[in-house]
Design a protein around this ligand. Structure first.
Ligand code: HEM
Length: 330
């Protein structure tokens, strides 16, 4: 970690067995904004209190705030690259933008830890927010996504994870922060399982059993791996993913909760453009023939110190009053 960088929230948390993702919208009215602001100072204490009950349970929580919510809750200054989630693609292949002001990404090795922390955090928020999506994710065999391929292999680790995910001097008031994009995907498992393993491998760009990348000659330009590999000035630009499978087999629901952290939203958005529109346009990610994005939101994750300090911030009342009504509460 570079010296003098404010401590980030637990962006680079160890891989855990369980996670809860909660996306909520902020209620209209100053009293609700005040509740959420005050709650920001309580988050770290709640993580400590619940985490202490199982010291090696790796409990962590990340709180993120979407663009309009940032203005309502905290006013200016605002993170340089924070904007509402932009949609990509069209028709059946569309990365949709859905409502969401606050994100909680709770991780632990045991679901009881995640569950207890989620309950405590939601108790603190009370009626100030309405939950629009809550997903309980589980680790599936040897880190496999629900479609049977190992997920997360090419994630950056150690110093690289920090370099690719944590804001530095480029936006010094927000150093130690991060950007996070979430999308909930549902898969057509019957159609996916009708493919041969070789066809699935060409779509992902890796072998299913061994998780080894296909040779360049065998890997199609429309594979997931090819389209999400970004190279700038000869260097690969990475993001940090901690996707989780979820679902309800009894209802035929099989999903992937995608979560990607980066130092600016740009690389994640470029990957979405490559996947949904195609690189070049039309050469899209064939994983999307079997997977549909049903949610999508972008958030800024302030550093751990800033999260606590935000409790004392009051947005400029005139600036908030001047906001268009449509930007409030979504
Ligand atoms: C339908 C949901 C998704 C599933 C099931 C999925 C699954 C996978 C799998 C199995 C891999 C190969 C192993 C690995 O390196 O992790 C992979 C790689 C990757 N995925 Fe996804 N993914 C999904 C959505 C996304 C989205 C929306 C993005 C970005 C916006 C993304 C970005 C990446 C990146 C950057 C890699 C590594 C590519 C490389 O360096 O080879 N994925 N994904």
């Amino acid at each position: 970690m570079p010296e003098n960088l404010p401590a980030p929230q637990a962006v680079d948390s160890p891989i855990t067995g369980s996670a809860i993702f909660i996306v909520a919208t902020l209620g209209a009215g100053n009293e609700h904004a005040a509740t959420v602001r005050a709650w920001c100072a309580d988050v770290a204490g709640l993580v400590r209190a619940v985490g202490k009950r199982v010291p090696d349970g790796n409990l962590s929580c990340i709180c993120g705030f979407a663009s309009d919510a940032w203005d309502r809750l905290f006013g200016g200054p605002r993170p340089a690259s924070l904007h509402p989630f932009r949609e990509f693609g069209e028709g059946h292949r569309r990365a949709v933008a859905t409502p969401g002001d606050v994100l909680l990404h709770i991780r632990a090795d045991r679901m009881d830890l995640c569950f207890e922390l989620a309950a405590q955090l939601m108790h603190g928020l009370g009626g100030a927010v309405s939950v629009v999506d809550e997903v309980h994710g589980f680790r599936y065999f040897d880190m496999r996504s629900i479609i049977g391929f190992v997920d997360g292999t090419e994630n950056p680790a150690g110093d690289d994870a920090v370099r690719f995910t944590i804001v530095g001097d480029e936006d010094s008031p927000f150093a130690g922060g991060s950007y996070v994009l979430v999308q909930k995907y549902l898969h057509d498992m019957a159609a996916w399982n009708d493919l041969t393993v070789e066809a699935q491998e060409r779509i992902i760009g890796r072998s299913k059993l061994s998780d080894i990348e296909l040779d360049e000659a065998a890997k199609p330009s429309w594979s997931h791996s090819a389209l999400t590999t970004l190279v700038e000035d000869g260097e690969e630009v990475k993001i940090l993913r901690d996707n989780m499978p979820f679902g309800q087999p009894g209802k035929g629901e099989f999903g992937t909760f995608f979560i990607g952290y980066a130092r600016t939203p740009a690389p994640i958005e470029q990957m979405l453009e490559n996947m949904f529109v195609g690189r070049p346009p039309g050469n899209y990610d064939k994983l999307l023939d079997f997977s549909r994005a049903v949610t999508g939101s972008l958030f800024f994750v302030p550093s751990a110190d800033m999260l606590e300090a935000l409790a004392g911030r009051e947005p400029d009342a005139r600036a908030v009053a001047a906001q268009p009504v449509g930007s409030m509460g979504s």
